[in-house]
Write a protein that binds this ligand. Sequence first.
Ligand SMILES: *[C@@H]1O[C@H](CO)[C@@H](O)[C@H](O)[C@H]1NC(C)=O
Ligand SMILES: *[C@@H]1O[C@H](CO)[C@@H](O)[C@H](O)[C@H]1NC(C)=O
Ligand SMILES: *[C@@H]1O[C@H](CO)[C@@H](O)[C@H](O)[C@H]1NC(C)=O
Ligand SMILES: *[C@@H]1O[C@H](CO)[C@@H](O)[C@H](O)[C@H]1NC(C)=O
Length: 478
Amino acid sequence: MLVHVLFAAVLAVGSAQTPANTFPDGFLFGCATAAYQVEGAWNEDGKGESIWDHMLHEHPEYGNNGDNGDVTCDSYHKYKEDVQMLKAINADVYRFSISWSRILPTGDIDVINQPGIDYYNNLINELLDNGIQPVVTMYHWDLPQALQYLGGWPNGLIADYFVEYARVLFDNFGDRVKWWITFNEPGVFVSGYAEVGTAAPSQPAPGIGDYLAIHTLLRAHGRVYRLYDQQYRATQNGSVGITLNIQNIEPASNSTEDLEAVDRYMQFEDGIFAHPIFSEDGDYPAVVRQRVDANSEAEGRPRSRLPTFTQEEIEYLRGSADFFGLNHYRTYYAAAGETGPVPSKRRDSGAYTISSNENNPAGLRKILNWITAEYPGYPIFVTENGYGDSGGLNDTGRVEYLTNYLSALLEAINTDGVEVLGYTMWTLMDNMEWTSGFSIKMGLYEVDFDSVNKTRTPRLSAYAMSEIFESKQLPVLN
Ligand SMILES: *[C@@H]1O[C@H](CO)[C@@H](O)[C@H](O)[C@H]1NC(C)=O
Ligand SMILES: *[C@@H]1O[C@H](CO)[C@@H](O)[C@H](O)[C@H]1NC(C)=O
Ligand SMILES: *[C@@H]1O[C@H](CO)[C@@H](O)[C@H](O)[C@H]1NC(C)=O
Ligand SMILES: *[C@@H]1O[C@H](CO)[C@@H](O)[C@H](O)[C@H]1NC(C)=O
């Protein structure tokens, strides 16, 4: 455990312990990372190229200053150090992702790369030996490039490949992994099939490619859940969910138009994924179905740009989760209006956000309540929440952000009665933040990317979290 004299002194000031500042028994604390952002070793030991490797090698200008994930934190070689860092902050769980192309370099099961299997076995065993449970994301944005050459997610057949990949993961790791997340933030990665330069593979097909990708990944998710149900749950007894990024949306004004825009915006950003899986009726939200169908027809198309589920698909998707994974960072303001290219998901939604980046802890409490009201019956796992700055060890801004958001989370649990299973903050250590590269720092640990050993140093926030994760209580700060 980390001991930090200054922070311990702060804690001692407010020593009141009330149920109101205590997390429930069994609440799971930890950190989250993603393979491309921390592993490095992008082409080592048989790993295949991913769409992020490919995009940032071919188009470094889509990233920041030529940054890419070739080496980054070098966790492929330093995972034991990562586990010791988690242990030092008293983490119960570690949420990491598996690189599909490290396990299956061609994306298919014709080649199973044993060193890739070995790497994740070593990481999982090291975690368990240190009393930390793995929470595994199957897909955190790094599709094998070999499958992108087949069109990637807009190609419905990619669902078959994902099911086979999931089977390899359950077969090899399911005896020890009890928490599975099929997809991380599909709302973000499908933008890679709508526009250039925000997410791989940067295919500019707005309002078509993104809807096709959504349709495929939802089918893939549902099938993997049913696969687990039918062939693994009885022996492995784990939980399978999906993680959506849901920000808090407030109206830009109190006009009826803007108030309605908030709901439409959320249905197009969040409901489009959540409704088929978590609602009682299943299928896409009615407002999404109706607006995309109407716009497609007005454009003179013979079919809707948003594909239709078969009845069988609606049924296997409905209820296909044991928990609701939530990534939440901030509050945006939405207004009514047609913006964005013709066609595009944004234009279909008739809503847009006009400002961003507002930290607002109450927004997390609001979204936890929104999920519970909209999709009752599913416990929530907060799988990401975190704070970016430009660096430095005395990260008082991050400590304040995390403490305030955890306080709002506790109010949702203790006052509102929302069921929350755990909280894995983003992120354990500074890493390759996608197109922002190494310019933004989000870690409890600083990483010196210029050093040979990618030296990690705990920040003030690491000490703060080590106290909270151990005591399962928020400090009462004066
Ligand atoms: C399965 O896991 C749950 C907790 O997730 C536990 O309560 C139950 O006893 C387990 N069942 C078996 C058969 O291991
Ligand atoms: C909308 O009305 C509420 C309640 O009167 C008020 O608190 C809020 O500031 C208003 N919002 C805007 C954007 O004007
Ligand atoms: C850390 O920053 C805070 C506020 O910015 C300041 O009050 C404090 O003195 C700093 N602590 C150290 C050790 O530099
Ligand atoms: C890097 O780590 C290795 C192995 O722990 C150590 O022997 C070496 O001195 C370190 N190098 C630097 C520059 O810190």
